[in-house]
Design a protein around this ligand. Sequence first.
Ligand code: KG4
Ligand code: ZN
Length: 334
Amino acid sequence: MTTHFLALETSCDETAAAVFTDELRVLSSVVASQNDLHVRFGGVVPEIASRAHLRNLLPVIDEALRRANRRLADIDCVAVHNTPGLVGALLMGVTAAKALAFALGVPLVAVNHVASHIYACRIAAGRDIFPCVGLVISGGHTALFRCDSPLSLALLGTTRDDAAGEAFDKVAAILGLGFPGGPALEREGRSGDPKAFAFPRSFLDTPQLEFSFSGLKTAVLYACHGQGVSKMTPPPAGRRRADLAASFQEAVVDVLAGKCRQALQQTCLKRLAVGGGVSANGRLREKLLALDAEVFIPPMDLCTDNAAMAALAVEKWKLGDFAAPELDAQPNFL
Ligand code: KG4
Ligand code: ZN
C-alpha cells in the first residue's frame, strides 16, 4: 500500500508544501516566493518572512493537495524542515506541521533542510547516489559533506564568513543588480570577460576544505570604487560592469569546483551531489560536470528551496524515527 506524505518548508523566504509517496514519487510541489516583499530591503527581513509564511501556508498546502489530487484524509505522515534557518520562519512550518499531524492522527517527521538539499539529488536521479561527497551552496550555507547514507552526513568543511549565495547577493548589490543577486549577476556576466579582473580565490591552493568569500566581495568593491572611496554609487551598465560580474562569478566557481575536486580525492569517493540555490548557476554546473566523478545536480525547481526535497523524511519514516510533539525549531546549522 502506498504511503502519502505532506511536507512543509518555511526555513527562509519561500513558503512551500509538497505531496510525495514512500516510493519517492513527487505528486506536487508548490512554492510561494516572497521576493516581492523583501526586494526593497535588499535582503530577507526575518519578521516579514515569518508573517508572510503565516499568510501563505494554508493556501500553499491546499494547492499542493489539489495538484496532487489528494485530500488531507489521504495523508499518512507529515514532514517538516525544522532546522537550520530563521527561527521565526521555521516556527511557522513546525507549528503548522505539528497541528496537522496531531489533527490527522499521523506521525510527524522532522528533517534537516541542508541534508534535504543533498537528498534532492537522490529524488531527481531515481536511484541510489550514496556514498557521495555532498556540496550545499545556498544563501545561508556553503558546506562540503561526506555522505555515507541519506541520514549520515559528516561535515568536511564550511565557510569562515559569507556563504556562496550571500556573496552573489552582496556583490550584485554592489553592482546595482537587485535582489536576489545570483540570477541577476549570472545574467549580467554573460556578456562579460571572466578574465578581465584577477579576483582572489581563497584557500584554493591549500588542502583544507574551507571557504572564504568576504575577501572576494571586498576585492569587487575596491575594483568598483577604489580603496578608501566612500561613494557607493553602483557602476553604470556596460562592458566594465559585465566584466566585474563575470570575473567575480568565475572566482566563486573556481573555488567551489576546486574544493569539490579535493574533497573527492581526499575521501576517495566517486560521486558528487550538489544542492542549494547557487547550484542553479550555469557556469558552475558546467565546471562541476567536468570533474572526474559521477555528478548529480537536481533540476532548478529542486535546487532552490522547496518542500519536495523533504522526501528525505521517507528514510526516517522507514526507521520509525518520528518527532515528539515537543519538536522545536533549531536555527543553527546541524
Ligand atoms: O537554497 P536557496 O533557494 O535558499 C537558501 O536556503 O538560502 O538559495 C538562495 C541563494 C541566493 O543567495 C541566490 O542569490 C542564489 O541562491 N542563487 C544563485 C543563482 N540562483 C540562485 N546564485 C548564483 N547563480 C544563480 N543562477
Ligand atoms: Zn536552502
